[in-house]
Design a protein around this ligand. Structure first.
Ligand SMILES: Nc1ncnc2c1ncn2[C@@H]1O[C@H](COP(=O)(O)OP(=O)(O)O)[C@@H](O)[C@H]1O
Ligand SMILES: [Mg+2]
Length: 501
């Protein structure tokens, strides 16, 4: 609020009475005794209302008021004038832009209310100006804010378009077929690889139900799982699908729920129910798998064939030894031939068991040893009634490298029993035990209740070929051999499956 009032009059008396008039008002009152002085005051003060006398020596009131307009154009000007000076008062109003003309002598109440009104008008005008300025400024700010907002929006739109372009480019550059499906399994979007894989155009697959592309139930099963599943779990299936031209091919598909906790996804218009499905044509993979399977099968057939031939060849050798033995008159030498024949038979038997076994590199030891021992009974012409055989064995699979030495050892030990333990057709028993001792070691015991060996028999010192062979083969099996001659003859062999991978 400006409440500064300037009074200009050449008569001190009038200035004083005017001042007194406004004693009750809250005005800052400045005075000047001439127009020149008044202009000086205006130059230094911010004045709201000016009351000037018209008739003054030197500069007259109208001239002063006119000049004052240049200094303070907004101030409210009033002129004091006598009746005789009516013409010059009109001048003051026209030239000096005076707001009021007050005639002398004045009416106190009149002048007080006029000045009050002048102040009100001045301050109202000032407030109006201030508000108008504020409005203009705010308008400008609003305009600049608006245009900044538009710029930002443009940039955002551009960025988004760029991102979308990028995502689309990535989608179409992926070699795997990608389809976006909704929770009902309806195709919403897909990439080029997908279209190439099935031979459809985008318009043809858009809104197609994914499972109609399949010829088995797998895909439909997956879709119905998705429909009922609240979780976003990843699902992988193998299925047979069909191209537009009716040709079929195997696929492997993985579906993942589309994550939408990222604002970028939402702005691309994706909802939580969408899933991304990546589909791979597995024709080549399946063909390769089949090739490998075929070739493995072929190898197995070949290996079986080889085992079979090895077995046959060994049997031929054994037969030749057997035939040759018939031409030897000396029993001792004939026995040597028979021993060799049995050794070769035991090896031939390993190969026979191998080519009949499901696993081409494993032999079931219990069945192998059973057959081996029965064959020896037959070869030595021993009946099961004279010598009772009992076998306690676990089913045990060992490698070829283990089966052959174990077979040869058994052949030596059982041959000896059949030859020496029960002379003169005596009766007796043979007990065989085969079992696993621990993760590494196996255990084989052969035991007869026959004549037994000399009490001072030392297996490590025996020089005859059979037991020497047993010792050597035990070493080969990284095993140990114990002899017990307390009652009959007992051999305990602990060994390892040396060919085990
Ligand atoms: N179970 C057995 N019962 C009685 N005597 C045996 C037994 N095993 C081996 N022997 C004796 O030990 C000897 C050595 O056996 P071995 O080294 O196989 O030679 P070979 O059988 O050629 O005589 C045999 O000649 C036999 O006298
Ligand atoms: Mg022997």
């Amino acid at each position: 609020m400006n409440n500064t009032l300037l009074l200009v009059d050449d008569e001190k008396q009038i200035l004083r009475s005017l001042k007194r008039l406004f004693i009750d008002e809250d005005y800052d009152i400045l005075t000047a005794m001439s127009g020149e002085e008044g202009l000086e005051v205006l130059n230094e003060n911010d004045v709201a209302v000016i009351i000037s006398d018209q008739m003054m020596p030197g500069m007259r009131g109208a001239e002063f008021l006119e000049k004052s307009r240049e200094i303070t154009p907004d101030s409210i000007r009033m002129v004091l004038s006598g009746y005789a000076e009516i013409d010059s008062a009109i001048d003051a109003i026209n030239l000096g832009g005076a707001f009021r003309y007050i005639s002398k002598p004045w009416n106190d109440a009149d002048i007080i209310s006029s000045v009050k009104e002048a102040f009100a008008r001045y301050n109202l005008q000032k407030e109006h100006d201030r508000l108008e300025k504020l409005t203009i400024q705010q308008n400008e700010e609003l305009n600049s804010f608006n245009s900044k907002l538009e710029d930002a929006l443009d940039k955002r739109t551009q960025d988004l378009a760029q991102t979308k372009k990028y995502v689309v480019a990535v989608l179409h550059s992926i070699a795997e077929g990608i389809a976006v499906i909704d929770q009902n399994g309806t195709i919403q979007d897909c990439n080029e690889a997908f279209l190439a894989m099935y031979g459809y155009t985008f318009d043809e697959v858009k809104n197609m139900e994914l499972h109609t592309l399949s010829v088995d139930d797998e895909t439909e099963r997956m879709i119905s799982y998705i429909k009922n599943s609240q979780q976003g779990d990843t699902i992988k299936i193998e299925s047979i699908h069909q191209r537009k031209d009716g040709s079929q091919f195997p696929i492997e598909a993985t579906t993942v729920i589309m994550h939408n906790n990222d604002e970028n996804h939402q702005s691309l218009g994706l909802t939580h129910a969408m899933r991304v499905m990546s589909i791979r044509d597995t024709t080549n993979q399946k063909q390769n798998e089949q090739k490998i399977k075929d070739s493995l099968e072929e190898k197995a057939v070949l290996l079986r064939e080889i085992y079979h031939r090895v077995k046959n060849n060994m049997q031929v050798i054994a037969s030749m030894l057997k035939l040759q033995a018939r031409y030897i008159d000396d029993d001792h030498y004939a026995d040597i031939f028979h021993d060799c024949e049995h050794r070769i038979q035991s090896m031939a038997l390993v190969h026979e068991k191998l080519y009949r076994s499901k696993d081409l590199d494993k032999i079931e030891l219990r069945s192998y040893l059973k057959t081996l021992i029965h064959d020896l009974f037959e070869s030595y012409g021993v009946s099961g009634r004279r010598i009772t055989l009992s076998i306690h064995a676990d089913e045990l699979f060992v490698s070829l490298d283990t089966a052959i030495p174990v077979g040869l050892i058994t052949n030596e030990l059982i041959s000896n029993t059949l030859k020496y333990a029960f002379p003169e057709n005596r009766q007796g028993t043979i007990d065989i035990t085969l079992k696993t001792l621990n993760e590494e070691e196996l255990f084989l015991q052969t035991k007869d209740n026959g004549a037994g060996m000399k009490t001072d028999f030392d297996i490590s010192a025996s020089n005859s070929l059979g037991l020497k062979l047993v010792r050597t083969l035990t070493r080969q099996l990284q095993g140990s051999l114990e002899f017990n001659g307390d009652d009959g003859t007992e051999f305990n062999l602990t060994f390892k499956d040396i060919g085990k991978k």
